[in-house]
Ligand binder design. Sequence first.
Ligand code: 2M8
Length: 443
Amino acid sequence: MTTAPPAVPVPSAPRHRPDGSPWPDRLWRDATAVLAANWSHDHTVPSRRLYPHQWSWDSAFISIGLAHTAPDRAWQDLRALFAAQWPDGRVPHIVFDRATAERDYFPGPAFWAAPAAPGGTTGLVQPPLHALAAWAVYRTCADRDPAAAGRELAWLYPRLVAQQDYLADRRDTGGAGLVSIVHPWESGLDNSPAWDDALAAVPADGRLLRRYQRRDVQVADAAHRPTDVDYARYIALAAAYRDTGYDDSAPLAFRVECPAVNSIYASAEQALARIAVVLGADPAPHHARAAAVTEALTRRLYDPDTGMFHALDVLAGARTPARCVSGVLPLMLPGLPADVAATLLAQRPVLGMPYSSYDRTAADFDPLRYWRGPVWINVNWLLWRAARDRGLPGLAGELRSAMLGLVTEAGFYEYYHPDTGAGIGAPAFSWTAALTLDLLAHP
Ligand code: 2M8
């Protein structure tokens, strides 16, 4: 379904820098052009070279931006992803593009294939951001074509519910109502120091990397990517899960409760409650699960001594001491106790502005290596939304200016150097372009 480039309406809302001068008009046009160039048949790829397939939470972020310029593509991106949903409800973390060669991404479809599993996808998941995205796309599109937006929402709703039910029924390893991830890739914050302790228990078998070849370091700077030791562990974990037939009840070496994943999981229930009201369904179960997850998250992952949340290694029964941006993402949750929210807001000196992915004061803070220091637009966008929802216009304004400043100066990169603002990782990166559109549309 390759169609002509979409129309590009420029928002009428004023969009000015803090000093009153306007953000350049080219930002809107260039962001739109990045998304048009990354459109592939029926979905958007995160990056043509580094990530040439469809990624789950990328599609959620991307649809939020596309809603402003190409509503049909916004819905289509979500549809393509949910068309690949597994019978057990899981939404795969990658849907492989059949037209893309196996050698263009590792680990590709042949690596993930398992006898009883649906083909053409991985068996991992990513943060369930899609209900929030569906609601955001609906809000952007409903004024223009309410009937079409309502139809899309009605198609997605049962699938979004099944996605949440899979996580609730199959991933509550800790038994407290939180989701456990079984691989760092499931967090989306793949290389975060939050996983270092839990990963240390996973053997790093170098033979795995001799048998397979990393593709990422052929198309990106190796200093910006995970080390070979970490990558060997990623491959070992993925192969072990695959060899169980993606059985969540099998003994797996990595089971971690991540504050970011669980914040997004709870936020999804809030979005589903809003969607349910529009569709005439009952919002009460969604409100109930959102409240229960918020309570469990605070009880299990919050550390009053550091004033932030920390990932919990369920198998070892230990919280990581690492202070990562995931540890302040519970700001997304309206039900968070006010005193806890206040301590999260006080973490600015640790994480900086815009927020870095990791503690800037830590000895192993790395401004270049992905998720171990650099600034990411997607998590800053989530915090910007949280600040707006919490009635913190000062913080929301600072985050918006900081993000727009980065993309204006450097372009739409995958991530940014926290000190110099230089773009790192993949250029022409889809979620950065998409979320820029959303920032520009919301002064
Ligand atoms: C990165 O992850 C992939 C594996 O899923 C990779 O490194 O190959 C992460 O930043 C992840 O959050 C993102 O969804 C993906 C595609 O942008 O890239």
